[in-house]
Design a protein around this ligand. Structure first.
Ligand code: SAT
Ligand code: MN
Length: 583
């Protein structure tokens, strides 16, 4: 009897009967336990130690080369009713899914240890936080969950007090992609994942719980579980505005969350609250209050440098786990985009040879405690969360989409989020650089029918709601020479400032059919070396191009059939008509 909660003991017994581990270990989350796991993984070769004089307590994990990203085609939402999962998810009937995956779990932990990981998503004393228990046979998963969540004894106490928790069963299995599934049973608050050790497939507190299951619960309970970073923007006067921003995986959420303002912004400060997931709930005052359910960062390594994200680099020289990065000759971690050092071994442990492709896998990652981040906000652990003034949507768009625009009201903003498009990245398996609709950056993560999700977003606009303003940004516009036009990174501060000033009512904008845009004089461009033609490109609306874009958005909304909210269709018709009239 390892817990005071019978339901938990019974579930662990049941899983042990199915998976037949040699041992069961209940994780307490202690430092000693973490160190013991590290020792074990150094012995088995799951980890290698990085240079202890430059990177104390840092380790490298090389995954199986066939297991380096999320696998959307093997990820299922198994609601009782197929319609509830929607065309945005792969669906399987719950009985069939259980049968299929349990057959793979049968006996899969023979000779191994079963770890029971009680965890809390969100500050342990927050009313917005939710708990779960992950069972896994992977010590790598345990170590990462300790960094990414509040894991161990305090979480177990909260679970015992509350009596309920999300169940997550994971096994690395035999890594054969043909025997890999990530299945969600929202009505049973259950997740089952086998055949992958990769973050988004295996750290079940993250995308599986905090987004797919939580989004389902959030809809029933009137809140939002979103794929968003959270940052605080503090002015020299000491006023702080909180902003949540949704971008698809590997589109710069971590960099934006840790932005350091450029020289044109003396006295300004950006505070980091989260870089990936945001849970928001309407407060008694009508505003949306947000927490970051995570306790760490599982960030993309390539491209992270002293130039692009000095805060991230500063937190990565101690107590971190690196997955699938390259190594220098003196065992320092290395990836493409790091100006210092050069690779000696690539992510697969081979002697580095450019003929084999990049030294670090494009989706190689670091796992690090948020407390190590120099810009970690003093409000990040606030149990009440922080009030959100603005929501930003953004994708990777080479053409058409301006640097920034503001939606005219909540309903228009929901349409802007729903119609987000982005070019795909290496964070999921499949082709890279293909434009796909990724509503609210939740395409891979919404645990239910997108049409119902849009309706849920619209439903928040009621009573005394004082909802955030909604914006759209695009840092990825390319010029005729194929190069990015906007410098991005720290200079994104210029766009954030305009956004915050719009919320305060102190910045101007011009109205266009797609929304309100800044004129060039509304942006602080001091110290920025941008050609006039480039600024024009960034701040103009190509009406014919947008008319075509809206036709595509119309087809997309229609793909959800009758369930698409009428209000969203009307909003789409309104903008389309304005575009037609203007053309
Ligand atoms: O692999 S994760 O889902 O954890 C990271 C991401 O793709 O956003
Ligand atoms: Mn993400």
């Amino acid at each position: 009897m390892a817990s005071k909660l019978d339901a938990l003991n019974r579930w662990v017994d049941e899983v042990a009967r199915l998976t037949q581990p040699d041992r069961i270990h209940w994780c307490d989350g202690s430092e000693a336990e973490y160190q013991a796991l590290v020792e074990l993984m150094l012995d088995t070769g799951d980890l290698t130690e990085l240079n202890p004089s430059t990177h104390p307590n840092c380790y490298l994990h090389r995954s199986n080369p066939s297991d380096v990203a999320r696998v959307e085609h093997l990820t299922f939402v198994c609601s009782r009713n197929a319609e509830d999962a929607g065309p945005n998810n792969h669906w399987m009937a719950p009985e069939e899914a259980h049968q299929k995956i349990d057959a793979l779990f049968a006996g899969c932990m023979k000779g191994r240890t079963l770890y029971v990981i009680p965890y809390c998503m969100g500050p342990i004393d927050s009313p917005l936080a939710r708990c779960g228990v992950e069972i896994t046979d992977s010590p790598y998963v345990v170590a990462n969950m300790r960094i990414m969540t509040r894991m161990g004894a305090p979480a177990l106490s909260r679970i015992e007090r509350e009596g309920s928790f999300v169940k997550g069963l994971h096994s690395t299995g035999d890594l054969d992609p043909a025997k890999r599934f990530i299945m969600h049973f929202p009505e049973e608050l259950t997740i089952k994942s086998i055949g992958s050790g990769y973050g988004g497939n295996a750290l079940l507190g993250k995308k599986c719980h905090a987004l797919r299951i939580a989004s389902w619960q959030a809809r029933q309970e009137g809140w939002l579980a979103e794929h968003m970073l959270i940052l605080g923007l503090e002015s020299p006067q000491g006023e702080t505005f909180y902003v949540a921003a949704a971008f698809p995986s590997a589109c710069g959420k971590t960099n934006l969350a840790m932005l350091i303002p450029p020289a044109a912004y003396p006295g300004w400060k950006v505070w980091t609250i989260g870089d990936d997931i945001c849970w928001m709930q309407p407060g008694a005052d009508g505003r949306l209050w947000a927490i970051n359910p995570e306790a760490g960062f599982f960030g993309v390594a390539p491209g992270t440098s002293r130039n692009t994200n000095p805060n991230a680099l500063a937190m990565l020289d101690h107590d971190a786990i690196f997955t699938n990065v390259a190594e220098t000759a003196d065992q320092q971690p290395w990836w493409e985009g790091l100006p210092e050092g050069k690779p000696a071994k690539d992510w697969q442990g081979r002697d580095y040879d450019p003929a084999n492709g990049p030294a670090a896998h494009p989706n190689s990652r670091f796992t690090v405690s948020a407390r190590q981040c120099p810009s970690w906000s003093p409000r990040a652990e606030d149990p009440q969360g922080v009030p959100i003034s603005a929501i930003i949507f953004g994708g990777r768009r080479e053409s058409l989409v301006p640097l920034v625009f503001e939606s005219r009201d909540w309903r228009h903003g929901v349409l802007v989020g729903a119609s987000m498009g982005s070019e795909t990245t290496a964070a999921a398996t499949g082709a890279v650089g293909v434009l796909r609709r990724d509503s609210m950056a939740m395409k891979p993560f919404c645990g239910y029918n997108f049409a119902d999700y849009f309706a849920h977003w619209l439903s928040l606009d009621k009573g005394n709601a004082k909802l955030p303003r909604i914006f759209h940004v695009n840092w990825f516009r390319k010029g005729a020479n194929g190069k990015f036009v906007w410098p991005g990174f720290g200079d994104n501060m210029r766009v954030l400032e305009w956004i915050v000033n719009r919320c305060k009512g102190t910045a101007e904008a011009v109205q266009t059919p797609i929304g309100n845009l800044p004129r060039r004089e509304d942006l602080n461009l001091a110290g920025l070396n941008l050609a006039d033609a480039d600024l024009d490109l960034l701040l103009s609306v190509d009406r014919e191009g947008w008319a075509r874009e809206y036709a595509g958005i119309g087809e997309y909304l229609a793909s959800f059939g009758d369930r698409t909210p009428a209000a969203l269709q009307q909003e789409h018709a309104r903008v389309s008509a304005e575009l037609a009239a203007a053309a």
